[in-house]
Design a protein around this ligand. Structure first.
Ligand code: AMP
Ligand code: GLY
Length: 420
């Protein structure tokens, strides 16, 4: 099978690495890729925002399967364009990708599917902002109603900060979504969906804030671990039955069936799991830990998903133990990252690349906010953490920063679901 991966982050590096280990894969390419992916896949150029360019590349390269990593091409219709050429594509149609691309569409689908989620209101007129804010908080959750790469969200107990963020969004012409605050540990559950059948992967946890102890602004994700030793028995089955399957059925009933990876971002509240958001693609950095534990060959699995044959696929196999990933970010991230600094130690085992580029002289340099995602494995979370941080210590990038507490509370048995 000739597999073409679209994207350039550590998520795509993890997908390419898994595909490279699948004996069914005879050729592997990635567009636009990065310096790390280039060591295991042919690197091709493409404008990821152009569905037409992706479809032409897939045809020209004679792909059997296209795996689209990021949300931007999916929301723009890249999967539709690829499928129109007759090539199998892992990723939802533009219509189904609205589950991520439009928060108000997602809320509408969830209401119809009777899925528990935060109460929300959209504000598009500054004159209505103060009265709307008064109906929420403290704590306030203020979001951009559109794609914002996880960075358009402010969660704060400070009224002035909440109001200021909402005004910034409104001044930029973006409607604002206010949400009730969900209290409890967060879970990312990735599900393979072929339109009807849902196959969950291992649950993971992501760390959104830039600083240790969940301080500072939200980012795209600074680290992750899987599985969740603190999760109650039956949690995944409960989330699939009460949340994911009803949403998949609702999308099918609307003639916009979802095919690809449906990512449920949840909070385990005292009243049960509630949805923060759905994403229409693998999450980054959770993919780096989930795929590190997947034993099932990935290409056949994604191909079965893309071609509506998940129900016939054998049950998934998982390696025992745990995985932890720590993101190394460039100076300045999540603000404007500094680019061009040389990275050493980036070609070691467990180091997945995100924002990297190979310079003409052969040096690997930083080229993005999240630069590397370093993965460690172990018999349990403590051991996986130890390996991840040992590997982080061997990487050098001037001015870079990373969190030192990824998975530490989970490894210490300190994560609990609030009681009623
Ligand atoms: P989002 O971009 O919607 O995934 O939000 C980014 C992050 O903000 C989430 O991962 C949560 O940590 C936090 N967040 C978003 N919505 C809520 C909510 N309603 N209650 C509590 N935390 C939230
Ligand atoms: N890990 C968060 C995301 O991929 O949206």
């Amino acid at each position: 099978m000739r597999v073409l991966v679209i994207g350039s982050g550590a998520r795509e590096h993890a997908l390419a690495l898994a595909a490279a280990h699948d004996p069914a894969v005879t050729a592997l390419a990635c567009a636009p890729g990065n310096a790390g992916i280039a060591s295991l896949a042919e690197q091709l150029g493409v404008d990821v925002a152009s569905p037409q360019a992706i479809a032409e590349l897939a045809t020209g390269w004679r792909a059997d399967l296209v795996v689209i990593g990021p949300e931007v091409p999916l929301v723009a219709g890249a999967a539709d364009a690829v499928r129109k050429t007759g090539i199998a594509c892992f990723g939802p149609s533009a219509a189904a990708a609205r589950i991520e691309g439009s928060k108000s569409f997602a809320k509408d689908v969830m209401a119809a599917a009777k899925v528990a989620t935060a109460h929300s209101e959209t504000v598009d007129n500054p004159a209505h902002l103060d009265e709307a804010l008064a109906r929420f908080g403290p704590t306030w959750v203020v979001k951009d109603d559109g794609l914002a790469a996880g960075k358009g969200v402010v969660v704060t107990a400070d009224y002035d900060q909440a109001r200021a963020h909402a005004m910034t969004l409104l001044d930029g012409g973006h409607p604002v979504l206010l949400e009730s605050f969900l209290d409890g540990p967060e879970v990312s559950l990735f599900c393979l969906v072929d339109g009807r059948t849902v196959v969950p992967l291992l649950p993971a946890q992501d760390f959104k804030r830039v600083g240790d102890g969940d301080t500072g602004p939200n980012t795209g994700g600074m680290g992750a671990y899987a599985p969740l030793p603190w999760a109650p028995d039956g949690l995944v089955e409960q989330i699939v039955a009460d949340i994911v399957q009803p949403v998949v059925d609702e999308l099918a009933a609307r003639d916009t069936p979802f095919s690809g990876l449906l990512y449920a971002g949840l909070v385990l509240t005292a009243d049960g799991p509630q949805v923060i958001e759905f994403n229409c693609r693998f999450g980054d950095p959770e993919t780096q830990v989930v795929l590190a534990l997947l034993g099932t060959p990935i290409a056949g699995l994604l191909y079965a998903t893309a071609t509506g044959k998940l129900a016939e696929h054998p049950p998934l196999e998982w390696h025992p133990g745990a995985a932890v990933t720590v993101v190394i970010a460039a100076d300045g991230y999540p603000g404007l990252p500094r680019a061009g600094d040389v990275i050493t130690g980036a070609e070691s085992e467990g180091v997945l690349h995100a924002g990297t580029r190979r310079r003409d002289d052969g040096a690997i340099v930083a080229h993005g906010g999240r630069v590397l995602s370093v993965v460690g494995l172990g018999a349990d979370l403590a051991a996986a953490r130890e390996q991840a941080y040992e590997r982080v210590a061997k990487v050098h990038l001037a001015g870079s920063h990373h969190r030192t507490d990824i998975a530490s509370r989970a490894a210490g048995g300190e994560v609990t679901i609030p009681a009623r």
